[in-house]
Design a protein around this ligand. Structure first.
Ligand code: C2E
Ligand code: CA
Ligand code: CA
Length: 755
């Protein structure tokens, strides 16, 4: 196409230039001819007219002078014969010359004067001759006559000079005209030469372009033949007019009969052709189609000037397979082969459009991180695969239809159901999955537990984000409460979550504005009753109402606020402890509650050191209360941190002892000082023998390990007595004192020490 256009352009250019050269040539020939004619005429005039005129005038002049000379010679030597021959001759010659001049110049005035002069000279000459020949020559008269002749001769010469000047002027004008003519001819010849040169240059270029084009055209014409991809041409009626050798190879490869080239084309090619023909701005299109499991890309071009279709086929099967593979990978989980999170999100667009109601269920493997850290990645991913299989199997064998299972994250799965899953169905499905999970012997022999959360469209959310969030909330709730009745999201749960969110927002402000306060609950020695220290408990008055730390601390942990809040508590507790020391209570120990998240931070140890350093507090006045929860993760790191804290001189207590994992194993490994018997065992100790047994066991255990024992939540004298009897070392509780504001606590201690 391009080559054609270039050739057409070159042709046009060549034609234009040729016409130009021709026209200019004709013009130049005309000009040269015209000026040549005129120059020739002028030159001829000069040669045939003007130059002889010159000669004649000259001759006339000479004749007159000669005539005058004859008179003078005759005057001197009186030789008659000489005079009559010479003088008459020259006179006759003068007349002839004059006649000739008159022929050339016409009877112009100077010639008339000259003729009269000649006649006068002849008359005077004759009289002069007769006078001289007289025996008594009148010499005076003779001299007078000679003078007259000289005068006439001068006048005649003057006339001839006039004519000479006239002729000269004429010659000059002719010469000027000849020169101008020559100048014009030269100008046109030079102009023509320059234009011809320019044209030659342009034509050379055009020729070169043409040659280059024709070479590339030749090469291009070989291109289809050598092209490894099929190239097919169709005429405007879609009959095959050309196909290259690669087309035959493809026919062979597909076991199609030779010559049946049209079988290689897409069945829908007509539609593409119609589209191209209907829109003038489109001359080509690219589309893909399949023949016998092979995929082809078809470049379809409509070649307007040749009224034919050019088709280039490329086998894109490999690329298609890779694309399919990539798309599979992008939409499916590699390990389980289940659709992934993106597919779940994407499926929602469809679900909204097609169904009025559907259910979204989320499933998570409980304590997966623990499994991962303890058993490693390989075992963990085997467990994930096995769980995926169980879920898929239960869902496939369920009486209901309309399920789709997704693997949405490392430990997370999702189920959607579009067939109106009822609340009862949801519980039954969960039961089936749980039953199957507990009966499955996992390859890793691990006990696997799952958490579930369900939400229904549209009542629990009308977009993916909200529905997912609510299903997750139900999952969190059921997991944290260990109560399966919470697996389905409820409006109440939603209200609670909204309340919690508000609390979190307010807490953020409260942290900024330091709306928190620290209270101190005294701890005393059971045997002696002396105050040995206090537990620091945070207090927050929000809109004139106290919010329980049991409520907001877990939320602070959830919202990521515990670090900043914990830092403040630690730092402020050390400050207050330092104040107590300054007041003279050198041995009082301030016990600070540390959240497991706070303890788990890499820089926790540094923060403790910094707080002690900033407040100049001795480490022995600081106790940290940690729960068994901190021990679950990263046992090695926990041991290391505890060791470092211990070597600083900070005291360590295990809070709420007996309620957590109760893996007694860690007590051996961890270098701690104190066990804090949880208040749940103390609450009914006077009535419940089971609680008594537990507390007794804990005390014995602590004893054996050389740990101090403190009981919390002591409210009654009876409880105190039992604990004392059991050998508990210390206690804390309402019986002795509620948590007190700082000033009240100081007064309390002062009173006690004074008492
Ligand atoms: P905890 O560490 O077990 O704290 C003891 C809780 O028992 C305190 O509740 C305290 O007021 C209460 N208590 C003390 N004596 C008695 C008693 O005789 N009877 C009864 N029924 N309760 C008693 P509080 O202050 O509401 O704290 C609740 C929980 O909040 C704490 O449990 C602790 O886990 C957390 N917490 C409180 N302050 C802080 C803090 O500063 N930092 C962190 N990380 N957690 C804190
Ligand atoms: Ca505590
Ligand atoms: Ca406690």
């Amino acid at each position: 196409m391009l080559v054609n256009a270039a050739n057409q352009r070159s042709n046009f250019l060549v034609n234009v230039l040729f016409s130009l050269v021709l026209t200019l040539g004709v013009v130049v020939i005309a000009v040269v001819y015209f000026y040549g004619e005129s120059i020739a005429e002028k030159t001829t005039n000069l040669i045939s007219d003007d130059l002889p005129t010159y000669d004649l005038l000259h001759k006339l002049d000479k004749g007159l002078i000669e005539q005058e000379r004859y008179l003078y010679e005759f005057y001197i030597n009186k030789r008659e014969s000489d005079f009559s021959r010479g003088y008459t001759n020259s006179f006759q010659q003068g007349l002839d010359t004059l006649a000739e001049l008159q022929l050339r110049l016409g009877n112009v005035q100077p010639l008339q004067i000259i003729r009269e002069n000649l006649t006068s000279v002849s008359k005077v000459g004759n009289e002069f001759f007769l006078n001289i020949m007289e025996p008594d020559t009148d010499w005076d008269f003779a001299i007078e006559q000679l003078r007259l002749v000289s005068e006439i001769t001068r006048d005649t010469t003057h006339q001839t000079q006039l004519l000479v000047h006239q002729t000269e002027r004429k010659v000059k004008v002719s010469e000027q005209k000849v020169l101008t003519g020559l100048e014009s001819v030269r100008f046109f010849v030079v102009l023509y030469s320059v234009i011809t040169l320019l044209i030659a240059f342009v034509v050379t270029k055009a020729i070169r372009t043409y040659l280059v084009n024709s070479v590339s055209h030749q090469r291009l014409s070989l291109f289809p033949a050598r092209n490894p991809n099929p190239i097919i041409s169709l005429d405007h009626k879609s009959n095959v007019t050309y196909s290259n050798p690669a087309t035959d190879s493809l026919l062979q490869r597909l076991n199609l009969p030779m010559g049946k080239t049209h079988l290689l084309l897409d069945k829908n090619i007509r539609l593409h052709q119609e589209k191209i023909l209907s829109e003038t701005s489109i001359r080509s299109t690219i589309f893909e189609y399949e023949i016998d499991n092979l995929y082809f890309q078809c470049d379809l071009h409509w070649v307007e000037d040749q009224r034919q279709w050019d088709i280039h086929l490329t086998d894109v099967t490999e690329r298609k397979r890779v694309q399919q593979e990539l798309s599979y990978r992008a939409t499916h989980d590699q390990e389980t082969g289940l659709k992934n999170r993106y597919e779940l999100e994407k499926s929602f667009t469809d679900l909204y459009a097609k169904t009025d109601a559907f259910v979204l269920g989320l499933i998570e493997i409980r304590s997966f991180n623990q499994l991962l850290t303890i058993r490693g990645l390989t075992v963990a991913s085997t467990v994930v695969k096995e769980v995926a299989l169980v879920i898929d199997e239960v869902v496939s064998n369920a009486n209901l239809t309309g399920f789709q299972v997704y693997h949405t994250g490392e430990k997370s799965f999702a189920i959607t159901n579009t067939e109106g899953l009822s609340k009862k169905d949801i519980y039954s499905l969960v039961k089936q999955i749980e039953a199957k999970i507990s009966s499955t012997i996992f390859h890793s022999q691990d006990q696997v537990r799952l958490d579930f959360g369900f939400a229904c469209f549209p009542e629990h959310g009308n977009d993916y984000t909200r529905l997912h969030k609510n299903a997750l909330a139900a999952l969190d709730k059921s997991a944290s409460s260990e109560d399966k009745s919470h697996i389905l999201f409820t409006v109440e749960l939603g209200t609670k979550l909204a309340y919690e969110q508000k609390l979190i927002d307010d807490m953020r402000v409260a942290i900024e504005e330091v709306e928190f306060e620290l209270y101190f609950q005294p701890q005393l020695e059971l045997q002696t009753g002396t105050i040995i220290g206090a537990e620091v408990l945070i207090r927050w008055q929000r809109d004139d109402e106290w919010v329980s730390p049991a409520e907001f601390i877990p939320l602070a942990e959830k919202a990521g606020l515990i670090d900043i809040l914990g830092d403040w508590i630690l730092h402020t507790s050390c400050q207050k402890a330092r104040k107590l020391v300054d007041l003279g209570f050198h041995d009082l120990v301030v016990a600070v509650n540390i959240s497991p998240l706070q303890f788990g931070r890499k820089d926790f140890l540094e923060k403790v050191k910094q707080a002690l350093k900033d407040t100049q507090l001795s480490a022995k006045n600081l106790e940290l209360e940690i729960t068994e929860g901190v021990i679950i993760y990263n046992e090695q790191e926990t041991i290391a941190t505890l060791e470092s804290l211990k070597s600083l001189g900070v005291q360590l207590a295990i809070d709420d002892f007996g309620t957590g994992y109760s893996s007694l194993n860690y007590l051996k490994k961890f270098n701690i000082d104190k066990l804090k018997i949880d208040q749940s065992f103390v609450r009914n100790i006077q009535h419940e023998s089971a609680d008594q047994s537990i507390v007794r066991t804990i005390i014995e255990l602590g004893r054996n390990l050389g740990l101090t024992l403190i009981a919390e939540g002591v409210e009654e004298q009876e409880q105190l007595n039992i604990l004392k009897h059991m050998g508990c070392d210390e206690m804390q509780g309402y019986f002795f004192s509620r948590p007190l504001p700082e000033q009240e606590f100081i007064e309390f201690v002062q009173q006690q020490s004074g008492a």
